[in-house]
Each structure stands twice: as structure tokens, then as C-alpha cells.
Design a protein around this ligand. Structure first.
Ligand code: TLP
Length: 350
């Protein structure tokens, strides 16, 4: 069955070019640092992000975890947003595995953390308190609607954080979406951060993997932690080969996903039983809710949509997230709008 899958951009499958590169990849033992394809990907990623070195990891979750553990010891504190992916959706790994304490401050609707809130969250040198080590930002910000943080804002946070002797990590799972949406480079967005994790297996469509980028010293610490976490992957050049194709061919086209997200949102906005979030979509994500009077909840609507081969993300009792990606073409957008219309007609016949 040909699904139209809007649940996430994580559902993307490798392109034909990626499959060919994977089949032909030169490989070696990466735990010995001998996989030429992984080495090439890491260098390319570091160059694109403007950092000294890169480290290939199996997932964005491991990228954020290894980065935070490279900066923070047990009882140290990381300051992050209360809607940060690392806080909400990474299974509490930083505390479960690293004993890292988290201090959550409110994410504003535009994905930012207020500078005053960051300032206030930094602990004084007092034996009662954990030691503040790190601030984390997320760009694009998933739970804030896929909104992109600007280079100026990131620079201001970087300056504040560094002036207080802390470090800045960026969860840039979708940093290339943030870059193309603003017409800036990923390097500009990552510049103020000491480290960044970005994902190859979301909008860039590679099957597996993320890359952490930062200083050579930081990457060598993260490398050791990756080993501790069981993320040393041996002949994983087969995966990195797809990652290289992702970086070389899939970045510029992300604007198409953003354009299609806008068409999709415009089409759905006509349905009186759906309320679009203000500003949605900023990049490739649409967030919207059911009106209070619509008789079905989000799960029930999603079940109706699956009968028409459409999968959507349910992110609350009456709330949806729809994500566009390279496997969603214009025809899929039209079919998705029609499928929603059909549900409306079935439930509230004219
Ligand atoms: N996000 C997934 C789900 O976990 C929610 C999605 O479908 O969007 N940072 C951000 C900002 C992310 O959105 C994600 C994945 C990750 C990190 C983790 O990446 P993976 O899934 O590779 O561990």
C-alpha cells in the first residue's frame, strides 16, 4: 500500500543515489578510526558546520546525550527549555545515564529562551547548588512548531553563556531546515555554539545517523562516550555513504518541503473544524487542533485518515503534527487535503 506518511520526516527512505553509494562504499573498522567513508562524512559535516571535527553517531538522541555527557559530570546542571526534545523525548537519558541535573526554563512561542531566564537560572557558587555547566538550544524547535532560531539570537545566547563561563550546545537535528528557511548557512547558525548535533535521517533522508560537530578536544571526549554508550559501529561507512549524499544533494531542496507545508496548511485552513496554530508552518511542520465542537478526537480522526492511506502525527487529545519531507510531492499534498475533507464530510454531512 502506498502510504502518504506525514507523521514525521524521520520516515524518509534513502534515495536511489544513496542506495548506490551505500552499495559501493569503502569501509573499515571505525572503532580504529579506519573507515574512510565515515572519516569523509565527519570532515564534510565539520566543514559545513564550521567546526574543527565531527563524530558520526547512530541517532540524534545519542548525539545530544554524548555531547551533554562530554560537558557535564554527575550532579552538574544543564539549562534547557521546558519544550526541548532533550527534556521531553530522550527518555531522560542525561539523568539516567549521566547523573546530569536539568534546569528547565520556559520556551517562548518562538522557540527561544529569554536571556533573563538563562541569566537567572545560572547557579551561584554555593555548595547547596548543582554546578551550571551548559545551556542547550534547539534549532529548528520541534515542539514550538518547527520554528527557526536566528543567527543573531543564537549569538546573543552564546555571548551570555560564555561570559558566565558556561558552554552552549545546539540540538540542530533540523539545522539545515532552519538555514534554508532563513537564507543563511548552517555554519552561521552553529557559529556561536560550542557543539551541535544534526540529523542525517530526517529531512535529509539518509536511513540512519547524526553527526556531532565541535572542537577536536570535545569530539575526542564525545568519541570515548560514544564507545561507552555502545555506539562504536565498525564498518558503518555503509551508512555514512548515504549521509554524504544527504549533505551533498538534499539540503537545498528542503525549501520544497517548506513550500509544500505551506500549500498543505492553506488547504487545511479552509476546513471549519480545524484550527491552525498561529504562524504555522515555519518550516516543514504544521501544528493544528480540532475545534471544541468536532465530535471525534485526534486519534479517531487519524484512524479515519488511515483508511485513506494517510498517516498523521497525533500530539495531543485534539492536536496534530504534520511533517513534509522529500517523499511528499504535490500530488500527496492534494490527496492529504482531500482525505481530511472526506473525514469532515463523513462526520458532519452537509
Ligand atoms: N524527533 C522525532 C521524535 O522523537 C519526536 C520526530 O519525529 O520529530 N532532536 C530533535 C529536535 C528531534 O526532533 C529529534 C527526533 C531528535 C533530536 C532525536 O533524533 P533521533 O530520533 O535520531 O534520536
Amino acid at each position: 500500500m502506498d502510504w502518504i506518511d506525514l507523521r514525521s520526516d524521520t520516515v524518509t527512505k534513502p534515495t536511489q543515489e544513496m542506495r548506490e553509494a551505500m552499495a559501493n562504499a569503502q569501509v573499515g573498522d571505525d572503532v580504529y578510526g579506519e573507515d574512510p567513508t565515515i572519516n569523509k562524512l565527519q570532515e564534510l559535516a565539520a566543514e559545513r558546520l564550521g567546526k574543527e571535527a565531527g563524530l558520526f553517531v547512530p541517532s540524534g538522541t545519542m548525539g545530544n546525550l554524548a555531547s551533554i555527557l562530554a560537558y557535564c559530570g554527575r550532579g552538574d546542571e544543564v539549562i534547557l527549555g521546558n519544550k526541548a526534545h532533550t527534556f521531553l523525548y530522550e527518555a531522560g537519558g542525561i539523568s539516567a545515564l549521566g547523573g546530569v541535573h536539568s534546569c528547565q526554563i520556559p520556551n517562548q512561542e518562538d522557540g527561544t529562551l529569554l536571556l533573563d531566564d538563562i541569566q537567572a537560572a545560572i547557579r551561584s557558587k554555593d555548595a547547596h547548588q548543582p554546578i551550571s555547566r551548559l545551556v542547550c538550544l534547539e534549532n529548528t524547535h520541534n515542539r514550538c512548531g518547527g520554528v527557526a532560531l536566528t543567527p543573531e539570537y543564537t549569538r546573543m545566547v552564546g555571548e551570555l553563556v560564555h561570559s558566565r563561563g558556561l558552554l552552549l550546545h545546539l540540538d540542530g537535528a533540523r539545522i539545515f531546515n532552519a538555514a534554508v528557511a532563513q537564507g543563511v548557512t548552517a555554519k552561521e547558525l552553529a557559529g556561536p555554539a560550542d557543539s551541535v548535533t544534526f540529523c542525517l535521517s530526517k529531512g535529509l533522508s539518509a536511513p540512519v545517523g547524526s553527526v556531532i560537530c565541535g572542537s577536536t578536544e570535545f569530539i575526542s571526549k564525545a568519541h570515548r562516550i560514544r564507545k561507552q554508550l555502545g555506539g562504536g559501529m565498525r564498518q558503518a561507512g555503509i551508512l555514512a555513504a548515504a549521509g554524504i549524499v544527504a549533505l551533498e544533494t538534499m539540503v537545498e531542496r528542503l525549501v520544497e518541503d517548506h513550500k509544500r507545508a505551506r500549500y498543505l496548511a492553506q488547504g487545511l485552513a479552509f476546513l471549519p473544524w480545524l484550527v491552525m496554530d498561529p504562524g504555522t508552518p515555519y518550516t516543514n511542520m504544521i501544528f493544528m487542533s480540532l475545534t471544541g465542537t468536532f465530535p471525534l478526537d485526534a486519534k479517531e480522526v487519524a484512524a479515519e485518515l488511515t483508511k485513506q492511506n494517510l498517516r498523521v502525527g497525533v500530539v495531543g487529545k485534539r492536536r496534530f503534527r504534520l511533517v513534509t519531507h522529500c517523499w511528499i510531492d504535490d500530488e500527496a499534498v492534494e490527496k492529504a487535503i482531500l482525505a481530511f475533507q472526506e473525514v469532515g464530510k463523513k462526520i458532519t454531512p452537509a
